[in-house]
Design a protein around this ligand. Sequence first.
Ligand SMILES: [Zn+2]
Length: 167
Amino acid sequence: MADCELCGAMKVGVRSVKTGKTEVTACARCIDKMNLGPKETAPGLAKAQSMHAKPSHASSYAARGKKGKDIMLKTEKELASDFGKRISAARKSKGWNHATLGKRMAETVNIIKSAEAGKRPTDGVLRKFERVLGISLWVVSTEETTTHVDRSSNRGMTLGDYFDDQP
Ligand SMILES: [Zn+2]
């Protein structure tokens, strides 16, 4: 038992840790907070170890924090990977050529074409595409790996069916 040089906690279990070039005596809480941990330990591993060491109320807090993070990830929006196809399909469904869409958006034909080819324009241009075409280019990103697996296997089957149907 000793004093923590970082937060000043007295008579606590401490370890000597290196912060940059100086060595300090810190309590477990400070080591956690500063993500110092044992040298050369991966952050994830250090986290897992510290979770085991923590009292129950701390681990329930950690679990709640993790859940909150998951929810945040699920509501996070990202540009659809097939945004170019979406733009192209929406434009064609309206019967517009590149020039017509460009005129309605007050953008050059080149911007329309490169966006449809999958080159990401600025967010402002993306919002114009959405407004003018009445489509959505932003998707909620899901971190569920099962979704990705299902999707790729579906795509494989669809592709196979497609080739089977060829004359
Ligand atoms: Zn401390």
